[in-house]
Design a protein around this ligand. Structure first.
Ligand code: FES
Ligand code: FES
Length: 176
């Protein structure tokens, strides 16, 4: 089976019952995405597939052949942080860091949803063409990503600092 993970192509052979999370962690040794609940409740396993955020613990890997799979390792690293990673550092958006890769991937997926005009539960006008990234919208749209350390205020600040009030702008900060 053919996969594209963080821009690298790979031919992989594995049990077709393998979840995408297990494929990434156990077969590709990409340990950024975490196995928290393994049942779709915590968001620690969030990755991007063709720019859309998904819980990789609930996804069968075979479904995502030939898709562009992006994990936190594909966004940036210590030598060149993604702007949102840098903002998490600057705003104390994490403590233990367990949830952080999922938070960052999820936030990037959320911004894509804003661009597409996808409403949330708290959107007043679901027919609107676009949505401002208010605190309420941000907290609702990120509610699938839990942080046991309670670093939510820093997470909100980091996302706002990176994407601004409309959320639809590309990252404004330069990578560190
Ligand atoms: Fe996937 Fe918790 S490990 S949602
Ligand atoms: Fe520890 Fe979020 S930083 S769980």
């Amino acid at each position: 089976m053919h996969f594209v993970i963080n821009g690298c192509e790979a031919e992989l052979d594995f049990d077709p019952r393998t979840s995408l999370l297990d494929l990434l962690r156990e077969h590709r040794h990409l340990f950024g995405a975490k196995k928290g609940c393994d049942q779709g409740a915590c968001g620690a396993c969030t990755v991007l597939v063709d720019g859309t955020r998904i819980n990789s613990c609930l996804a069968l890997a075979v479904q995502y052949q030939d898709c562009a799979i992006t994990t936190i390792e594909g966004l940036g690293g210590p030598d060149k942080l993604h702007p949102l990673q840098a903002a998490f550092v600057e705003h104390d958006g994490f403590q233990c860091g367990y949830c952080t890769p999922g938070q960052i991937c999820s936030a990037l997926g959320m911004v894509e949803e804003l661009k597409r005009g996808v409403p949330s539960y708290v959107s007043a006008d679901v027919s609107a063409a676009g949505f401002e990234l208010t605190d309420d919208e941000l907290r609702e749209r990120m509610s699938g990503n839990l942080c046991r350390c309670g670093a939510y205020n820093g997470i909100v600040d980091a996302i706002h600092d990176t994407f601004g009030a409309d959320g639809a702008e590309p990252a404004r900060r330069e990578a560190a």
